[in-house]
Design a protein around this ligand. Structure first.
Ligand SMILES: Cc1ncc(C[n+]2csc(CCOP(=O)(O)OP(=O)(O)O)c2C)c(N)n1
Ligand code: SF4
Length: 296
């Protein structure tokens, strides 16, 4: 997609569906939208079929509002609850076979580099913990070993939600689930440490208890992946449905874990740190100039 493609031919304007016109005229394309702007523009995800109170849905909405260039972004998804929302996504997206998402994303990114050598296209994987750290772990790790310029986001709801509640490698030790009635027998896999050891230039651990940090870390991850190397963002997205909680209790589950293992954490490689200093100080100068203009 590009901004040119997003424009409607004036001769067809009156025949286009209202929703589409709204997206072109009021969507985030070509504008730098932020999490705090949510609710003030036409969003890229609407009327999704995920459960009421689903934290995965909340985090997806935040991620989409934080994309640096939605018009030049391709999302690669995998089977799981998140894939049910991708059909409602107003972005280029590919549904890959369960577990293959990082291999597919690597190919897409390489092809786009050849096809559009002068135009950065961001390729972002968004998948569940089962897809990322169990069935797709080899694809995930090997994309990091190869240093692919892609961002991987794991929606960590600590179980296989879409198939009714089996344990995953990311479930906590002892957790009892619909299909793990005697509790999980081993510890949660430490994927952020694996990501660091495997060559990720940026790793963040965050949860729906901290929406602004989801936006900030994801944006950093996408920008660093463009220039430096693979990046990884792990988001705790409690699943009230499978954990037998009320739909209103999901975010509180994330808040409770803030004091435990799901406090915000970031790892930035020295090269990525230098890169961030340059782009974030440039942005600060631009913001200061805008606020000076506004206050004149
Ligand atoms: C190759 C393959 N194996 C197994 C499945 C069955 N399957 C569908 S969704 C799913 C679980 C997904 O779990 P996770 O990645 O954690 O995502 P969630 O549903 O929790 O968001 C499984 C095992 C499948 N669709 N394809
Ligand atoms: S089952 Fe859980 S993860 Fe899946 S849509 Fe419902 S709340 Fe979200």
């Amino acid at each position: 997609m590009s901004l040119d493609i997003m424009k409607i031919n004036p001769h067809f304007e009156e025949f286009m569906p209202e929703e589409y016109r709204d997206l072109v005229n009021n969507g985030p394309f070509g504008q730098a939208k932020k999490v705090t702007d949510l609710g003030s523009f036409k969003e890229l995800l609407e009327e999704h079929p995920l459960c009421a109170g689903c934290n995965l849905a909340i985090s997806l909405r935040i991620l989409l509002a934080s994309l640096p260039k939605p018009e030049d972004t391709i999302v690669v998804g995998s089977t799981g609850c998140s894939s049910l929302a991708f059909s409602q996504l107003a972005l280029h997206n590919i549904h890959s076979l369960f577990g293959n998402q990082n291999a597919v994303a690597s190919g897409v990114k390489r092809a786009l580099k050849i096809r559009f050598p002068d135009k950065g296209k961001d390729v972002v994987v968004m998948a569940g913990d089962g897809a990322t750290a169990d069935i797709g772990l080899d694809m995930t790790l090997h994309s990091w070993f190869r240093g692919e310029n892609i961002t991987t986001v794991m929606f960590d709801n600590e179980l296989y939600a879409n198939t009714g509640g089996q344990e995953s490698g990311m479930s906590m030790h002892g957790t009892v689930l619909n299909m793990a009635p005697t509790g999980k027998k081993f510890a949660k896999v430490d994927v952020p440490e694996l990501a660091k050891a495997s060559g990720c230039a940026y790793v963040a651990v965050v949860s729906t208890a901290k929406p602004l940090l989801i936006g900030k870390s994801f944006r950093r991850a996408v920008l660093i992946a463009r220039e430096i190397g693979p990046t990884y963002v792990q988001i705790y997205v409690p699943c009230p449905t499978n954990m037998k909680k009320k739909s209103s209790e999901g975010v509180m589950m994330a808040v409770e874990r803030l004091q435990q293992d799901y406090a915000f954490k970031e790892y930035i490689s020295p090269k990525a740190e230098k890169f961030l200093e340059t782009i974030e100080s440039k942005k600060k100068v631009q913001e200061d100039e805008i606020s000076m203009e506004v206050n004149k």
